[in-house]
Design a protein around this ligand. Sequence first.
Ligand code: PLP
Length: 392
Amino acid sequence: MINERMLGLGKQPNPIRVQFAYGLQRKAEIGEENVYDLSIGNPSIPAPPAVRERIEQLLEEPPEQLHAYTMAAGAMSARQAVADNLRRRFGIEATANQVYLTAGATAALYIATAAITHPGDEVIVNAPYFTEYKVMAESAQCTCVEVPMRAADFQLDIDALREAVNEKTAAMVINSPNNPVGCVYTEQNIRDLAKMLEEKEAEFGHQIFLISDEPYREITYGAEVPFTANFYRDTIVCYSWAKSLSLPGERIGYIYASDRMENAADVAAAVGGAGRALGFICAPVLFQRVIETCIDEPTNVDAYAENRAILTGIMDDLGYEYIQPDGAFYLWVKALEPDSKAFCDRAKAHDLLLVNSDCFGVPGWARAGYCVSADTIRNSRKAWAALKADYE
Ligand code: PLP
């Protein structure tokens, strides 16, 4: 018999992908330049040339060697490259044993959650939050508890989180730089969170894991991104090179279960067990080898910075309310009516494709991804203007 939950998920696919699919179809109908698809987080800048060079070099290797399985957690050389990178950049005593390579951040998140939760536990997320967190928590048979970020500054609301943590809390997920808002949590905010979680661990007598989802770590416009594992011992970092190296379709990322955890080796073993149980073993091997040498390639954010300036300029000119993003490549725009879905449908009528905020667990906003060409952003002005006019 078909699993009803899976059937439901399949029939109601991720709304971002629904918009994206519509965008492709619409572009074929009326021409690419007439559709302003700000729906999906596909980086618009190419991967650095070093990626191509490395692939070409790797293709010289004997295929039976190049394409062979690695260990479930990934090739030791690639895991070591990750540990070295973390050590160099953040001063954390990272070891390769605590690194597990994954098929992107999505696999990392699912594995991490499965490794440290039991059915009936609670997983706290900060709203607005990346759409898939809820599916992920529920797939581990946990309850997804949504706590709004502070409305005034989109930082973690420590008081509200303190209220939400209870003896069933197994984990909290944070994401900074943030999708969909673009906010970056300050060091003080992370310190306050760590202090609160430590107090709660002591109160309930068990670990509360912080799952830090960091695919946008390098995409900022001047803001410092504190490395969460330096502030809270029980941290599991989930990372992806989808955005920093513009490799979203190659499905390559990692889990780093902090070496500072008292039971670090057991957590790493549970991560391995969860990877096995979920079938996420041996991340795509060509790209394990690519990141081995490309891990220190700088992320070029110039194009996103330019797009951000153009888009916020349009918002200012037309009188839209929005949150100034400090990182990632999304603009969180206030919908012009309470029903975000209706607002996005109106935008769609002008071939402006946004994602409604209900997908991210809150009403009344919309997400505009500016990881597209600068011309697409510039040309979208008329659609934004027409959308505004609809409400006047
Ligand atoms: N987490 C966040 C916050 C994201 O925005 C995304 C992708 O957009 C992911 C996780 C998934 O990343 P990946 O494509 O590496 O699975």
